[in-house]
Design a binder for this molecule. Sequence first.
Ligand code: SF4
Length: 336
Amino acid sequence: MIAERPLLEVNGLKKHFPIRGGWLGGITANVYAVDGVTFDINRGETLSLVGESGCGKSTVGKAILRLFKLTDGEVYLAGERIDTMRAGRLRMMRKRVQVVFQDPFSSLNPRMRVRDIVAEPLINFGMAHGRKDLNDKVAALMEKVRLPRDAIDRFPHEFSGGQRQRIGIARALAPGADLIVCDEAVSALDVSVKAQIVNLLADLQDELGLALLFISHDLATVEHLTHRVAVMYLGKIVELADRRTLFATPHHPYTRALLSAVPVPDPTAKRQRIILKGDVPSPIDPPSGCRFHTRCPFVFDRCRTEEPALRPVGDKHLSACHLDEVPGDKLLPHAA
Ligand code: SF4
């Protein structure tokens, strides 16, 4: 039996942004925003890309949406290569990959009524047959995101942040997407509203079999939504595992530091906080060897010169740290 290919396959994705300067406007440096990222997402699955601001996670999302040309690498959707796709086919691909942005206040046109915002992709992709069909489809989408039908006659400013995000989700669902890129989609929302939107996305995923690429700086949010987690640091994935494994037995020191900041629901449970020194280095001149070595509490000589490969450390669990090769894992705090 031939195994089904993942819905999305990203292989060795690189995106370097040139910086121009000098008299002749030549390239003087590069921003190594994403530097060799590989992962896949199955149908109906959520993969979360997490990491601090500037680690390249949103650039990965934009690359999948084909908002710019890749420096290197390949992206496949349902087995079809999309990073080199020509305009005609690309239009059809855009139907299948949609996005929900972070800021529900600026991602909706303030001059358009909700009806027109949600109807726009249906019209653009020729998915409505006449006015009545269009209205019925818009009404059904409003129901899916649990907004009242009469909301369609109002403007975005008449809604709260959470409601606007629901409108953004309805617009993303309109063309019948298989994959939705949620780029910090709940980061700007209050905690209780955030939970409602996360629950809505989970319900829609169950109902429609959607795949989600959930981009977030916040591990606490993704814990309740995701199937797998990829942790990014300075343009690279440093750890990738299913949710349970990553939260229970994180390997990479960076993942441990991020997790140590996640609040635990049990007030009696103690979690040792790992405070990282300094800021994330500049992606214009990333550190040699392991990119995390300038902040890692466990750095040793080899880390400064040799880049660790992302290698298996358990069942479908990958980590990029030289310590994974140290017998007995003695240097790590969790092994004490
Ligand atoms: Fe820390 Fe070295 Fe592991 Fe990098 S390779 S995370 S610097 S111990």
